[in-house]
Design a protein around this ligand. Structure first.
Ligand SMILES: [Zn+2]
Length: 230
């Protein structure tokens, strides 16, 4: 079998030339990759026409695959895409006996997750959450310093938790709590949430006064809020 990548119009296709009689087309998850198997001596022209005739179907199929992938609940399995600081990483499960702690390969964008044998989804999720917690705790001090200066307020402490909201600020004891999943998002989101919570040390609710504070200390806040909730 000979495999090469060809471009037909704006579609990238993996073309397998094989010892077969007919041409076959497949569109595969998770990325909607297009694969064509064609007989060895079939003229390229015929492949081009074959693809053009089916272009609408291909695009529809790709769209379906990708939207299914996006909406599918996470399984925390090898090959799955997860996010760290806004970048895509591929999850790679490794036996706990071979790897003691989670390792991130920032160049190859791989997260190596040490898991026990026959682990449950919830267990793997917990282990990945610990990475997020660690990453966030490491990122907080410089962001806190920068944002505190900007807003002119300092919290009594900043905690990291797995929680529903992105952040929380207790006015009574000036404690800020941040969602560990902020480590999934672009770093600008951590800054935005930090400023938001610090502004609560001045203004309790989300009224006009609060929005004015956000406009001053984080002029791009509306844009960042959208990125955060994507
Ligand atoms: Zn708030």
């Amino acid at each position: 079998m000979i495999t090469k990548e060809v471009k037909i119009d704006d579609l990238t296709i993996k073309l397998h030339r094989k010892n077969i009689k007919n041409m076959y087309l497949r569109v595969l998850p998770p990325n909607g990759e297009i694969i064509i198997s064609a007989p060895h001596f079939l003229p390229h022209e015929e492949i081009v026409n074959f693809v053009r005739d089916r272009k609408d179907w291909i695009l529809k199929k790709q769209e379906l695959i990708i939207s299914n992938e996006i909406n599918a609940p996470l399984k925390y399995k090898s090959g799955e895409t997860h996010y760290l600081w806004g970048k895509e990483y591929t999850l790679q499960l490794v036996s706990k006996e071979d790897l003691k702690k989670t390792v991130v390969d920032y160049d190859k964008n791989i997260i190596y997750l040490p898991v026990p044998k026959r682990s449950r989804k919830e267990t793997r999720e917990k282990i990945l959450n610990e990475l997020y917690r660690k990453e966030l705790k490491k990122a907080i001090p410089p962001v806190l310093e920068k944002c505190s200066k900007r807003v002119g307020k300092t919290p009594s402490e900043v905690k990291v938790r797995n929680m529903k909201n992105w952040g929380n600020c207790r006015y009574q004891d000036k404690r800020i709590t941040l969602n560990l999943k902020l480590a999934k998002k672009d770093p600008i989101c951590l800054e935005y949430v930090m400023i938001h919570e610090l502004c609560h040390l001045i203004e309790f609710n989300h009224g006009k006064k609060f929005k004015k504070l956000m406009d001053i200390h984080c002029p791009e806040w509306k844009k960042i809020k959208k990125i955060l909730n994507e």
